[in-house]
Design a protein around this ligand. Structure first.
Ligand code: ADP
Ligand code: MG
Length: 229
């Protein structure tokens, strides 16, 4: 791990307003993600973990505060510029796999390249197959999500998140929808892959065992992030 900061956020606030009610979900969150660093963010259900990840990944906007990704201030960018920056730098894994049901495993993995406007070259197909192999899914490349188990689907979602060689992968309770044994198997494969690819990883979880696999651990509570090592 070198010390290069890939993403830095300072004093992030996220407030949901509904009528007279204000929900202050993020209340001054500041932290840095360094190259190759693995970060675990713990917090109870409803504490704002998904909100924080979505804001960091440019999928949602903060009410105030600053995010610098790849030396660019996100709030200075247009939606399409954010989209491009995200596509080039970030991967995202959801609790529910969010695979497209009418596409095969291989096609799902290649989807970010299609969105980027790249055709599917032989090289990128080989890269996808290489990643599938590392995840133990080579024989499943032509299967549709409905033909895969929960753990297999989540591994396909992991492959899709890393196909663009992102600088940071965000994972929102990636094993929350799997039984414990399958969940830990998927995580072991995931962390091994992360080590090989040297991407930074931010994983949000309420599972202590998951968080323990990360180098830097935070707790999100009352809208604030504190170190929790
Ligand atoms: P976590 O992922 O930690 O379970 P979330 O980030 O999903 O928590 O949600 C944090 C809080 O913000 C919850 O109380 C939730 O109800 C609220 N919330 C999330 N999205 C919205 C929204 N679009 N409008 C209003 N409240 C929301
Ligand atoms: Mg959540």
């Amino acid at each position: 791990m070198n010390n290069q900061v890939i993403l830095e956020c300072s004093d992030l606030h996220k407030i949901y307003t509904q009528g007279d009610n204000q929900l202050h979900i993020l209340n001054g969150v500041s932290f840095k993600i360094k190259a190759g660093e693995t970060i675990g963010i713990m917090g109870s259900s409803g504490s704002g973990k998904s909100t924080l990840l979505h804001v960091l990944a440019g999928l949602d906007k903060a009410t105030s505060g600053e995010i610098i990704l790849d030396n660019k201030r996100i709030q200075d960018l247009s939606d399409s510029q954010i989209c491009k920056l995200r596509n080039l730098n970030l991967g995202f894994i959801y609790q529910f796999h969010h695979l497209l049901s009418e596409f095969t495993a291989l096609e799902n993995i290649l989807m970010p390249l299609l969105i980027k406007g790249e055709g599917i070259s032989k090289a990128s197909k080989n890269l996808a197959l290489d990643i599938l192999g590392k995840l133990g899914l080579l024989k499943r490349q032509n299967h549709y999500p409905s033909q895969l188990s929960g753990g297999e689907r989540q591994r396909v979602a992991i492959a899709r998140a890393v196909i663009n060689n992102p600088k940071i992968v965000f994972a929102d309770e990636p094993t929350g929808n799997l039984d414990n044994q399958t969940g830990y198997q998927v995580l072991d494969i995931f962390f091994k892959l992360q080590e090989e690819l040297h991407t930074s990883l931010v994983v949000v979880t309420h599972d202590v065992e998951v968080a323990q696999k990360t180098q830097t651990r935070y707790k999100l509570h009352n809208g604030q992030l504190t170190i929790n090592n």
